[in-house]
Design a protein around this ligand. Structure first.
Ligand code: Y39
Ligand code: Y39
Ligand code: FE
Ligand code: FE
Ligand code: FE
Length: 229
């Protein structure tokens, strides 16, 4: 791409764009690495699905490489330490749930919540991305829908046994996602992504997933409110 690509009023090579991109790009890189690790961990919890989960883990590793290329293309050094911090709370909740063999909680974190977060972010990034990153993100977001599907199918098949665990996990996780959203907002805005649009897409994807798993509309509303309190 040309060094001076400017579209929709965004100067991809300005200092302020590249400063914000160093954090958002790092969130995508570290997020994809976390997603890889989480699917490998889930493969141990769900031996029956080891092949499929290993396959999903490999796709996440490929996503990480794709986003590393997006950073190189803009000559940005990703702020990986910032991103590790950004994911730390979610990381530790996942680790503890895995140690306690709470498979449904682990699936809710990775295959539902983080995937909805990824879809909300990527879908809103595509229209404002530079040419190189846009093409990459269009491919990545299609994969994320299939990752979401894996969690939906498993949790739906085991709904009666995991329902209460999911409600408790939702209560623990949503406030963290909300904090993450607020933390990313200023940098997302510099990239041309509005917080309102992120929230709308997240809630749309998340409620759709909860409905698919088996929750009633009333339960979904209750669970959303619990995320706020
Ligand atoms: O399953 C996945 O691939 C998820 C880990 C990835 C989430 C990455 C989140 C990126 C958020 C970027 C913020 C843009 C506003
Ligand atoms: O009403 C609700 O369910 C809100 C608590 C939940 C937070 C929504 C967080 C949206 C995060 C989107 C992040 C996309 C990068
Ligand atoms: Fe991914
Ligand atoms: Fe760790
Ligand atoms: Fe994914």
């Amino acid at each position: 791409m040309s060094q001076s690509q400017v579209s929709q009023g965004i100067d991809y090579y300005s200092d302020s764009y590249r400063d914000s991109f160093s954090r958002i790009n790092a969130i995508a890189i570290v997020g994809e690495q976390e997603a890889h690790d989480n699917f490998i961990c889930l493969a141990e919890l769900l031996p029956a699905d080891v092949e499929e989960l290993t396959r999903l883990g490999k796709i996440e590793a490929r996503h990480r490489k794709s986003f590393e290329a997006c950073g190189r293309n803009l000559e940005v050094t990703a702020d990986l330490a910032f991103a590790q911090q950004f994911f730390a709370d979610l990381h530790h909740i996942f680790q503890k749930a895995a140690a306690d063999r709470q498979t449904a909680t682990c699936l809710l974190i990775q295959s539902i919540v983080i995937e909805c977060f990824a879809i909300a972010a990527y879908k809103n990034y595509i229209p404002v991305a530079d040419d190189f990153a846009r093409k990459i993100t269009e491919v990545v977001v299609e994969d994320e829908y299939s990752h979401l599907n894996f969690g939906e199918v498993w949790l739906k098949a085991n709904f009666a046994e995991v329902k209460e665990e999911l409600k408790a996990a939702n209560r623990q996780i949503l406030p963290i996602i909300w904090r993450m959203l607020n933390q990313v907002e200023p940098d997302a805005k510099v990239l041309g992504i509005e917080k309102q649009a992120l929230i709308e897409e997240f809630i749309a994807r998340y409620s759709e997933a909860l409905k698919e798993i088996g929750f009633t509309t009333r339960e979904i509303l209750q669970m959303s409110i619990h995320g706020l309190i």
